[in-house]
Design a binder for this molecule. Structure first.
Ligand code: CUA
Length: 331
């Protein structure tokens, strides 16, 4: 598969007056069908604000200088009212906010009404990892989508509120535990785009990033089929290594024998004796590792907090096996 280079998003020389597909000083490139209407609303609000800021500050300075108190000056009473002026300064802002509402509402409606034929992808967020699940059961830690087709994300969170944000698509939606939220889009250009968590969700919130990979016409289905086959045929150790990265283990567990992240370092752990916060100990064997994955709160290693989410029901027996095999191999 050919990846197109990511368009430059910080071109200082490009004119900021008009929304540009390749991005500008103000905004990243646009890569979804709603992006241009979001940009239009943004630029409208921005330039209205800029215009009135300059107008008001300029008049303020001019009036301060021109009507300052001078020696011998006699103050005049101010006029009590000026109906034409009052209609003007009420009518103009009213017109402007109506335009802002219309622009915003039009793109909001576009974003809320999902085309019936949208391709569905499930999104799971958890501290601090995205998982994208496809109809054939395949899971990926990056979001792969076809170009020019409506895609619907059905999203939920395992723990706290996260927010899925794709700047190039101009889309952002919260993921809330115990509830499904949805977001749809139609990507307009093949390539790779940043996907971020935009809701502070704890220690490694800023590491909760992934990519959106927009596949060119006709390549998405073959990508999905091949990815699924590849995972099914992996040897346990290799599957474990992949899951360790893709299911977020690596966010909290370092493997170098030195670094201590949110959870214990896992290098050389197998066969050792683990000490727990309640004073008990246990030998690190297959059963201990399995329990730590499906019921992490059962035994809390001394010096750590009960922070790990359970993977009960999220990993198959084969996947748990593979992870145990992988941790075992970290000598
Ligand atoms: Cu998830 Cu911030």
């Amino acid at each position: 598969m050919v990846m197109l280079p990511l368009p430059q998003s910080t071109d200082l020389l490009s004119c900021p007056l008009v929304a540009q597909a390749e991005g500008s000083f103000w905004l990243p490139p646009r890569a979804s069908t709603v992006a241009s209407s979001v940009d239009t609303a943004f630029y409208f609000v921005f330039w209205v604000a800029a215009f009135f800021f300059l107008l008001i500050v300029t008049l303020l300075v001019v009036f301060v200088v021109r009507y300052r108190r001078r020696p011998g000056g006699v103050p005049e009473p101010s006029p009590s009212s000026n109906t034409r002026l009052e209609i003007l300064w009420s009518g103009v802002p009213l017109g402007l906010v109506i335009v802002m509402f219309a622009l915003g509402f039009a793109s909001y409606v576009d974003m809320r009404f999902v085309p019936a034929d949208a391709y569905e992808i499930r999104v799971d967020a958890q501290k601090w990892k995205w998982t994208f699940r496809y109809s054939n059961g395949y899971e990926d830690d990056n979001l792969h989508v076809p170009v020019d087709e409506p895609v619907l994300l059905i999203m939920s969170s395992r723990d706290v509120i996260h927010s899925l944000f794709v700047p190039a698509f101009r889309l952002k939606q919260d993921l809330v535990p115990g509830r499904y939220t949805r977001m749809w889009f139609r990507a307009t250009d093949p390539g790779e785009y940043d996907l971020e968590c935009a809701e502070y969700c704890g220690t490694s919130h800023s590491d909760m990033v992934a990519k959106v990979v927009v596949h060119p016409q006709g390549e998405f289905d073959s990508w999905l089929r091949k990815s699924q086959e590849k995972v099914q045929n992996l040897p346990p150790l290799e599957l474990g290594r992949r899951l360790f990265g893709s299911r977020g283990c690596a966010v909290c567990h370092a493997l170098d024998g030195v670094t201590v992240k949110v959870g214990p370092n896992l290098k050389g752990l197998f066969g050792k004796t683990a000490r727990f916060a309640d004073g008990t100990t246990a030998t690190v064997n297959e059963e201990y590792l399995r329990e730590s994955i499906v019921n992490p709160s059962a035994k809390i290693v001394e010096g750590f907090r009960d922070q790990m989410p359970t993977f009960q029901g999220q990993l198959s027996a084969k996947q748990i096996d593979a992870l145990v095999e992988y941790v075992k191999s970290l000598k």
